[in-house]
Every structure is written in structure tokens, then in C-alpha cells.
Ligand binder design. Structure first.
Ligand code: HPA
Length: 248
């Protein structure tokens, strides 16, 4: 089964016919909210709002371990994460949809592993390619099929938040090789890998990163919402096509 984790701007899937909701408890505590089961196209999917359905959980307080654990517990095999990002690379202008293929992790102090040596033996997962390539391809195909433009590849810098970056921090991220920045990509991707789940992320560029483009002097947060809404509608369309293809 496929699960969709929605971020800012995607706290629900308008095109999902909800069948039921399930409150979950895990050894790591409670997920961000009840899992929402529903039918997208013809197939059952699970939706989870990463920041809670009322968008009350900041990025550094999301219980990533509980979220992935709960999905895995329900038989999920593939996770598509939707996350808003700030664009660093010149072509990642607001409104762009992009599928990152690499991650640099700048987060700290989050529950980032199931293998902490207490309940489970120390295990080192391979994370050379943090996103599952076959799932990335399916999403890219779904975008083509749905007539939506979706850029293939980019380095996602996972920052701690909840504040946005300084202009100098963005310069540093760029020197490190980052193309976009967001606050929730890690440890989510690594935890999915630890559980053996397929995982890919759809990045929605909602602003120029700090110091770039129209964010040269400041990031206009009202503008972010205006950009996010139509872009998330395009993401929903891609997800619908993905589910249709997956079931075909
Ligand atoms: N930085 C970090 N996270 C973000 C941004 C940003 O500019 N935009 C959306 N999420």
C-alpha cells in the first residue's frame, strides 16, 4: 500500500474519498495524527499530515519515528513525502515541483534512528541514494502522464527550523552543493530506509531561499501561501496519476 505524508500546504487530500481514520500508538509514541485511510482513484492509500491536521507541530517536534512506524505497521510499502522547500538553484523558482535525489542533513536533536542499540541491535543502513529510484521514476512518469512539469533531481538540504535561514547560511548550503532547503526531509528519509520502505519526496518550491531572488531582503510569508496553493493542486494531480499507474 502507498502512503502520502503531506507537509505544509497539504494537510488533506481533497481528492481522497476517506473511508476511515485510525488512531495509532507506537513504541515511539503517537504519530502526528490519526492515519487517514481512503480511496484515491481506485486504490486504497493512507494519508498522514506531518504537522498534524491543524498544522500545530513544528518540524523539529514531528515524531518522525512514530509516523513511519505507524505506516509500516499498517502494511505500507511505499511512502511519498510532500514537502515545501525554498529554492536555491537558479531554476528552482517558486511554483516549481522538483524530485530531489540527494540529501544533506543539517538537523540535530531529533529522534533519528530505530537502531539506537537499546531495543534493536546497531545496524548501519546503506544510504548512498537516500530516495528509492524506482519510486522516483514512477512519480516522474505520473507527472508526465498528468501533463505536469516536475524537475528530476536536486540536493535537498534538511535544516533544523523552525526559523528560516540567513542569507549567509543559504550561501553556505549552496557551496555544500544544496539546490533546495526544507525542514522535514530528515530524519524521515533515513527512518523509511531503516524500515525497508520505498521512499521518495516531492518538493514544492514555495519561495526563493533567503537572500535569493525576491527573498533578497526578506522572505514574504504571505506570498508563500499564495504560491503553495496552486502548486499543491498540481501535486495532488500527480499523486492521483501515480496511484492510477501503480494500480494498473
Ligand atoms: N527554508 C527552509 N524550509 C523551507 C523554506 C526555506 O526557505 N521554504 C519552505 N520550507
Amino acid at each position: 500500500m502507498l502512503a502520502i505524508i503531506g507537509g505544509s500546504g497539504l494537510t488533506q487530500l481533497a481528492n481522497l474519498r476517506i473511508t476511515h481514520r485510525q488512531v495509532m500508538r507506537t513504541p515511539y509514541g503517537e504519530p502526528s495524527g490519526a492515519l487517514t485511510f481512503g480511496i484515491l482513484g481506485e486504490l486504497e492509500v493512507i494519508f498522514l499530515a506531518r504537522h498534524g491536521y491543524g498544522h500545530t507541530i513544528p518540524p523539529h517536534e514531528v515524531n518522525y519515528r512514530a509516523n513511519l512506524w505507524a505506516l509500516n505497521d499498517q502494511g505500507v510499502k511505499q511512502v511519498v513525502s510532500v514537502a515545501s522547500v525554498g529554492g536555491i538553484r537558479a531554476d528552482l523558482v517558486p511554483g516549481t515541483i522538483v524530485l530531489p535525489n540527494q540529501i544533506i542533513d543539517y538537523t540535530h536533536g531529533r529522534g533519528f534512528t530505530y537502531f539506537d542499540g537499546r531495543d534493536r541491535p546497531v545496524t548501519h543502513i546503506d544510504f548512498t541514494h537516500p530516495y528509492t529510484e524506482s519510486l522516483r521514476r514512477k512519480i516522474l512518469d505520473a507527472a508526465v502522464c498528468g501533463g505536469e512539469i516536475c524537475l528530476d533531481g536536486g540536493v535537498y538540504a534538511a535544516t533544523q527550523g523552525p526559523r528560516l535561514e540567513t542569507a549567509a547560511e543559504i550561501d553556505r548550503l549552496e557551496r555544500d552543493g544544496a539546490d533546495m532547503t526544507g525542514m522535514t526531509g530528515m530524519p524521515e528519509a533515513a527512518l523509511a530506509r531503516e524500515l525497508g520502505l520505498d521512499y521518495a519526496a516531492i518538493g514544492v518550491v514555495v519561495n526563493y531561499a533567503a537572500g535569493r531572488g525576491t527573498s533578497r531582503d526578506a522572505i514574504n510569508l504571505e506570498q508563500v501561501n499564495l504560491v503553495a496553493q496552486p502548486a499543491m493542486a498540481r501535486v495532488r494531480h500527480i499523486l492521483e496519476c501515480l496511484v492510477q499507474q501503480n494500480g494498473a
